[in-house]
Design a protein around this ligand. Structure first.
Ligand code: BES
Ligand code: MN
Ligand code: MN
Length: 467
């Protein structure tokens, strides 16, 4: 089995890379309306490649935004069904001048594929198509497979909740398998057991009805940029705790066992500093770097603007100031509740000299995996088989906004088996993905189906005995 899979991968490696490159050449930037046609082209590309695999049915499911690429292969109606989720949209490539090579002309350097989306998520998603191809060609696919590939993940998956309800009938499955997270290192496999949620807000602070001469009015009329900065600064105290009333109400403390697991993760603070060219980190008091970056909620300004930012100088007391502020949430926090608490807090704290407007952009709830599920156990076994080491369970700090909704509407457990590395520069210039990770991912995913099939047999026996 394993040998045959490895043989097939070896024989087809060049083509597997070539096909991925074709997908990477399509600039499917969902945030930028000038790329609308390209985003659609990526969906069409995947539809064709899924048809080539010999899926029973492939279609684009219409949503209020970009379509979902859906495909299914029913091998045996009695067998368990694995649904693959991924996204074909990518982040904008900016800042363009920091890329060594064109973000949409993939290049392999030093064993790594450089391109926007190489890791997040085209490279990781495409592994799934090739793993299914491998099993189908070798006549070893025992499970049913569905693909559900969306095109709006990088902008908050706005249209997906409605789409999930509309297409729920088609989407029935026993497990949802996702490769859109990272592992610890190429020789330290890990499985992600929790992702953070997100609440994304925008604020506008308005002072006088127009920009003023800062000499004539400065000192007497409130400056909204100064005031916005003060307001933002007060959102955290000296210990790095967020001061929004009620913010931590639903946060659970890490257990001693969980903290012990964090301490077992191989991690070098010196490498971390070096990689980012920083001398020190700074964050919430009482927590380690890894805990801060994955198990604790955060509040960050993503962008701030107002007043004169052009060339040279202009003496002006601006009329308005703006900021985009996001909060990463941890299990049991709810993104709608947090959006409301933020709005109340921010409005309440504003001095009478300014007006405040708070807009909620998008949000998603945090996610926690059930590590006792057959789907999770199979992932652990597949990784152990391909890497020769048992994966470590880790929490990660990023978000896939639709996960919690998926679990609620489709009622299937979600398994996060990602093969990226934190150093792959996702969302940054020079994003890349290791050729090793791409091929290892395909191998591990191919092995997954067999382990999952066996786990489900076992699971069904146990539940039948209990009945
Ligand atoms: N794949 C990432 C999420 C991720 C990255 C999880 C690394 C774990 C490790 C995903 O594409 C992403 O970037 N999500 C956004 C969501 C947002 C745009 C709504 C995020 O986390 O910022
Ligand atoms: Mn992603
Ligand atoms: Mn992303």
């Amino acid at each position: 089995m394993h040998q045959e899979i490895l043989q097939y991968l070896e024989t087809n490696k060049d083509r597997f890379l070539k096909e991925l490159f074709e997908l990477l050449r399509i600039p499917s930037v969902s945030a930028d309306s000038r790329h609308q046609q390209d985003v659609l082209a990526a969906a069409e590309f995947l539809k064709k490649r899924l048809e080539d695999l010999g899926m029973d049915q492939v279609e684009l499911l219409e949503t209020d935004g970009f379509p979902v690429v859906f495909a299914e292969k029913i091998t045996d109606p009695a067998a368990p069904t694995v649904m693959i989720y991924g996204h074909y949209d990518v982040q904008p490539p900016d800042p363009l001048d920091e890329w060594i090579t064109d973000p949409f002309e993939p290049q392999v350097r030093d064993g790594k594929i450089y391109a926007r989306g190489a890791c997040d998520d085209k490279g990781q998603l495409y592994m799934h198509l090739k793993a299914v191809e491998t099993l189908m060609q070798l006549n070893q696919l025992k499970c049913n497979v569905k693909f559900f590939i969306e095109g709006e993940e990088e902008v908050g998956s706005h249209s997906l909740e409605a789409a999930l309800e509309k297409y729920a009938g088609k989407l029935q499955c026993d497990v949802m398998l996702i490769s859109d997270t990272s592992m610890l290192a190429n020789d330290t496999p890990s499985l992600c057991v929790s992702l953070r949620g997100l609440t994304y807000m925008e604020v506008e602070v308005t002072g006088p009805n127009r920009d003023l001469h800062s000499g004539v009015y400065g000192g007497a009329v409130d400056n909204p940029v100064n005031t916005l900065c003060e307001m933002i600064a007060s959102l955290k105290d000296e210990n790095g705790h967020i001061t929004i009333k009620g913010f931590y109400d639903d946060v659970r403390d890490l257990s001693e066992e969980e903290r012990e697991e964090y301490r077992r993760i191989p991690f070098s603070e010196a490498n971390y500093h070096q990689h980012l060219d920083i001398k020190a980190t700074r964050g919430e008091k009482g927590y380690s770097i890894l805990e801060r970056a994955s198990a604790r909620p955060t509040l960050d300004v993503n962008g701030i603007w107002g007043g004169y930012t052009g060339e040279g100088s202009k003496t002006v007391l601006p009329s308005r100031a703006h900021a985009k502020i996001s909060m990463r949430l941890v299990p049991y926090q709810d993104h709608n509740t947090i959006a409301r608490l933020f709005e109340e807090h921010f409005t309440r704290m504003a001095p009478p000299s300014v007006k405040v407007k708070v807009i909620a952009h998008h949000g998603g709830n945090p996610y926690l995996t059930d590590t006792g599920s057959p789907g999770y156990k199979a992932a652990s076994q597949a990784m152990e088989q391909s890497f020769g080491k048992r994966p470590i369970a880790t929490r990660e700090g990023g978000s896939i906004p639709i996960l919690a909704t998926f679990e609620r509407t489709i009622a299937a457990p979600i398994v996060l088996m990602g093969f990226g590395l934190d150093t792959d520069a996702i969302h940054s210039p020079n994003e890349h993905y290791g050729v090793f990770n791409y091929m290892k991912g395909i191998e591990t995913i191919a092995l997954y189906y067999n382990h999952y099939y066996n786990q489900m047999q076992e699971h069904n026996k146990v539940t039948a005995n209990q009945a």
